[in-house]
Write a protein of this length. Structure first.
Length: 56
């Protein structure tokens, strides 16, 4: 679900690293918005692509 329809940006996995260097798993989620394009169709778009679309 959390995937951009234009660029394909999705969830990225990594680790939190504390001051004592203990590591725990975490995720980075993209900034996804539901946008209506040409009538009634809505797609999931990340904020970077949305910004680029507004420029064009």
């Amino acid at each position: 679900m959390a995937k951009c329809c234009i660029c394909g940006k999705g969830v990225v996995f990594g680790q939190n690293v504390s001051h004592s260097h203990r590591k725990t798993n975490r995720t980075w989620k993209p900034n996804i918005r539901k946008v209506r394009v040409e009538g009634c169709k809505s797609i999931n778009v990340c904020s970077r692509c949305l910004r680029t679309m507004k420029k064009a």
